[in-house]
Write a protein that binds this ligand. Structure first.
Ligand code: NAD
Length: 415
């Protein structure tokens, strides 16, 4: 079978949901495609004096519930279909979390690892110059994603502000604290995921203390998940991995020590006192909780049947294929789907927008408490829909989210 691209996968998921909700075909047709997408060519002066043109995109998938929101990726393998899929998932994520926002996403085809800081700054400014008319605090609010960071966000905000002739902090989120960032943004994705794991464990009658956890991917999402899993619940993190391979210790790994090792050596592999394992082996370990926190399509029909975890908490976007989903559900594995599990990031980004608007900033305790409330409510709305319709948690998350978007479209007389 030819591999589906992420956008095709997102459309299959939506079609399943439309079937469950018996959606009018005209309404489904609106939801299956982005409302607006921009294809850009960005000329950028390189350090050697040449001008290179970078292809770039911004997709504004659906804004029925409010301005669109979603990150910008800088990646050599970026495609319009990945950006479309991520923009669709942002639409459902914001609706599921009941944020007054629609979904969007952006991407620039470039390799930031081969570019100087000055070239990256010129590229970031060029992206905003090209998009300026189509974004803004009430239109579309970008944020960081793969290979973009708070410094790039600050520079993009600065470019937008220069064009506007005033500081517009609210045009972008994920900024450094000194230019309108929010406390608690750094670990928000993992923290939000941990809150959903806590609720799932309560539902399943599982004790998280000393429960065994394996995490694939040791970047922002994976590292903080390991660290918070330890700190909040006293879980035992038995396996970790990155793109170079994995490590295992049945007595538990100390995430902060592994982080230091990775900072020194460039990878988690060869961490003292651990056994080497492959990324494939990590997914099939006998653990209580498996957290995919790296790439799309990690769990497929090839390995889903071998997964022994009771809970799969998807911090990564799109880590499970539709075929694998069906196998996990049949085998009684409790999946916390990506756009619920990893919604902590956009939720704190929304808090950042609110703080920018009010010019009044919250402390970390307030951010954590409000994030906990949002994640817990959304987990239970999803679980409730799963029981009500007798469907899996991903389909249930879709049902809750799509119903909310459709309701907004109805009230705006679009349908
Ligand atoms: P990151 O770049 O900080 O880390 C990615 C990690 O995955 C790295 O440790 C990398 O070595 C590892 N990796 C790459 N290829 C791998 C492979 N083949 N096998 C195993 N590991 C591999 O990225 P991140 O921000 O942590 O994002 C990870 C996932 O979480 C992505 O799917 C992203 O879309 C999703 N996500 C992140 C956030 C966030 O706020 N960071 C929010 C929502 C969703």
């Amino acid at each position: 079978m030819t591999q589906l691209n992420p956008f095709e996968i997102s459309q299959i998921q939506l079609d399943e949901c439309a079937e469950i909700l018996k959606l009018d075909p005209n309404v489904k047709a609106i939801l299956r495609v982005p409302m607006r997408e921009m294809h850009l060519s960005l000329p950028v002066r390189m350090d050697d004096g040449n001008v290179r043109t970078f292809p770039a995109y911004r997709v504004q998938y659906n804004n029925a519930r409010g301005p669109t929101k979603g990150g910008i990726r800088f990646h050599p393998d970026e495609t319009i279909d990945t950006v479309r899929a991520l923009a669709a998932w942002m639409t459902w994520k914001c609706a599921l979390l009941n944020l007054p926002l629609g979904g969007g996403k952006g991407g620039v085809i470039c390799n930031p690892k081969e570019m100087s800081e000055a070239e990256l700054e010129r590229l970031s400014r060029a992206y905003i110059q090209a998009l300026h008319t189509f974004i803004g605090p009430d239109i579309d609010i970008p944020a960081p994603d793969v290979y973009t960071n708070p410094l790039i966000m600050a520079c993009m905000m600065d470019e937008y502000s220069k064009i506007e002739g005033k500081s517009v902090f609210g045009v972008i989120t994920g900024k450094p604290l000194c230019v309108g960032g929010s406390c608690g943004r750094q670990d928000a994705t993992a923290r939000g995921g941990c809150y959903t794991i806590r609720e799932a464990a309560i539902e399943l009658g599982m004790d998280l203390h000393n429960s065994k956890v394996a995490i694939q991917g040791f970047g922002n999402a994976g590292y903080y998940a390991a660290s918070l899993g330890n700190a909040l619940f006293d879980c035992k993190i038995v396996a970790l991995s990155d793109s170079k391979g994995g490590i295992y210790n049945k007595e538990g790994l100390i995430p902060e020590a592994v982080y230091e090792h990775k900072a020194k050596t460039g990878s988690v592999i060869n961490f003292p006192g651990s056994e080497s394992i492959t990324n494939e082996e990590l997914l099939e370990l006998d653990v209580d909780i498996l957290i995919p926190a790296a790439l799309e399509n990690a769990i497929t029909d090839k390995n889903a049947g071998n997964i022994k975890a009771k809970i799969v908490a998807e911090l990564a976007n799109g880590p499970t294929t539709p075929e694998a989903d069906a196998i996990l559900y049949k085998n009684g594995v409790h999946v916390i789907p990506d756009f619920l599990c990893n919604a902590g990031g956009v939720t704190v980004s929304y808090f950042e927008m609110v703080q920018n608007k009010y010019m009044y900033y919250w402390d970390e305790g307030a951010v954590h408490e409000r994030l906990d409330r949002k994640m817990t409510e959304s987990y239970h709305s999803t679980s409730h829909a799963s029981k009500k319709y007798g469907i899996n948690m991903r389909q249930a998350a879709y049902v809750v989210a799509v119903e909310r978007v459709v309701e907004a479209m109805k009230h705006r007389c679009w349908i």
